[in-house]
Design a protein around this ligand. Structure first.
Ligand code: SF4
Length: 481
């Protein structure tokens, strides 16, 4: 069914009037200054609007034009814009900006192709600057525009660039400039990336909802258990104290999950702030490593477990705080942080022993009821699961022995739930902090939700939430009946 795009967008223009304005538009309205709009747009990539607004305000107190920007060193810029995503790279780009602008006589260029020659300016940023700063026809396709246009079936595309090109062909010109601010505001407030709020969406009756799992309607009667589907999340946070400072509790609220399993918490519960130790709405179960600041797992749950199993009853593994199992009425949820084989594969023997013990542990549980295992497996299974398979064949995480174990595990019938739904390449859950790897999507898929062979039919959806920042891993999710 083809949608009436004029009707949809005209409804939403009125609807989003009262929503929070996307930060770049706000700065445009406040300043009408192309320099500030360009800088704020660079800062806004992979960063929450609230954080971008604060960082922009700090920077613009010291900087009003290219000359004052050139007078700051890179470290000072980094300090001013912290904690926007990739702040070190963005500081480097901003430091390079005055010199790069010489090619354009120190004037912000007004076309997409010229703008993309500036450091840190991709096509999305360039389109946004052209549209917002210069009010010229350009279509800025970010994740919201790409996602929502596909949900509506107005385009059928795999990447934002494909969406931009498809929209250039078919979207009426009058919407080019404004479609980004409309759909960003709408996407942030209602049609959210995770579990859109279809229950309060003004176009719910018209929207084809392609590929959408709406959020569960909150309320005492229609709560998480009303449709029997539980939303499970797993996330290697690489330090819970660090991620807490990057908005952990807001992220949890956004995830709206029934159970959240964390790995590499690197903290004892008493080292954490009260709002993390006793996360509102959840019961928390902790299994830190004996060694302080190392490994450790924790599971938050809205559903009270019948029983909790700490470790696998194997002291060699258990002292490292790697496995925490919650037993519910009709399934076990195993939260696991698999060992890293280490540089030079020095810990390979230990890792393979852990893997074998884990497989046996899961088999024993699966004799009683369904088993879901989630966590950082520290292995990319197939060439499709990492950006550079050839170069990593002898490296930890993709060595032959680790892949063989994964072959054995899945060969025994355990289901890698993500691949049940998605066969696309470039789908990763971990990126090195070095070489700007996340921005370039040079990553690895090493975080999984797997289920035992008999439970495949209970898997309703699985995904990677790579828009969520805060760790070098992103969360992965499973909807399980
Ligand atoms: S009905 Fe749901 S999926 Fe469709 S636009 Fe509204 S929130 Fe998005």
């Amino acid at each position: 069914m083809a949608i009436d795009i004029d009707h949809f967008l005209n409804i939403l223009v009125e609807e989003v009037r009262n929503y929070q304005v996307p930060v770049v538009d706000l700065i445009a309205v406040q300043t009408k200054d192309p320099f500030r709009i360009l800088v704020a747009t660079i800062l806004s990539a992979r960063t929450k609007d609230e954080t971008t607004a604060k960082a922009s305000a700090r920077l613009f107190k010291k900087v009003s034009d290219l000359k004052s920007l050139a007078s700051l060193d890179e470290a000072t810029i980094a300090k001013l814009i912290y904690p926007v995503g990739f702040y070190k790279n963005k500081a480097k780009y901003l430091k390079q900006l005055p010199a790069a602008m010489e090619e354009f006589g120190g004037k912000i260029p007004e076309d997409v192709e010229s703008l993309t020659r500036l450091p840190g300016v991709g096509r999305k940023t360039a389109n946004l600057v052209v549209a917002v700063a210069f009010n010229k026809p350009a279509i800025c396709v970010d994740t919201h525009v790409h996602r929502i246009m596909n949900i509506w079936g107005y385009v059928e595309t795999k990447t934002p660039l494909e969406t931009e090109m498809a929209l250039r062909r078919k979207l009426p010109a009058e919407y080019w400039i404004k479609v980004n601010s409309i759909l960003v505001a709408f996407g942030q407030a209602i049609c959210k990336p995770l579990r859109p709020h279809c229950d309060r969406c003004i176009i719910a009756g018209l929207c084809p909802q392609i590929g959408v799992i709406p959020r569960k309607v909150p309320g005492p009667k229609k709560n998480a258990k009303s449709n029997g589907i539980k939303r499970l999340i797993s996330w290697n946070v690489n330090g819970l104290r660090a991620v807490e400072k990057k908005g952990f509790t807001d992220i949890v609220h956004e995830l709206d999950a029934d159970i959240i399993s964390l790995q590499e918490i690197k903290a004892m519960p008493d080292q954490l702030p009260e709002n993390v130790r006793n996360l509102e709405g959840y019961e928390a179960y902790w299994y830190p490593a004996k060694r302080k600041g190392y490994a450790g797992v924790c599971t938050y749950t809205r559903i009270k477990p019948l029983n909790v199993i700490y470790g696998m009853d194997i002291p060699e593994h258990d002292q490292e705080g790697r496995v925490l199992t919650l037993e519910f009425e009709n399934f076990f949820l195993v939260n696991a942080y698999f060992p890293n084989a280490q540089h030079g594969l020095l810990r390979m023997d230990y890792k393979l022993a852990f893997n074998r013990d884990m497989h046996n542990f899961l088999d024993r549980l699966a004799e009683k009821k369904s088993v879901v295992i989630c966590g950082d497996f520290n292995v990319a299974h197939k060439p499709i699961d990492l950006a550079n398979p050839k170069q990593n064949e002898k490296n930890p995480g993709y060595s032959a022995a680790e892949r063989e174990w994964m072959d054995t595990f899945t060969g025994a019938g355990y289901i890698d739930t993500f691949r049940k739904f998605n066969q696309e390449p470039d789908q990763y859950t971990w990126w090195s902090y070095r070489f700007n790897a996340r921005a370039r999507n040079i990553g690895w898929r090493i975080d999984y939700f797997c289920v035992d062979p008999a439970s495949e039919n209970r898997v309703k959806a699985a995904g990677i939430l790579d828009h969520i920042l805060g760790s070098d891993h992103c969360p992965v999710g499973l909807d399980f009946e």
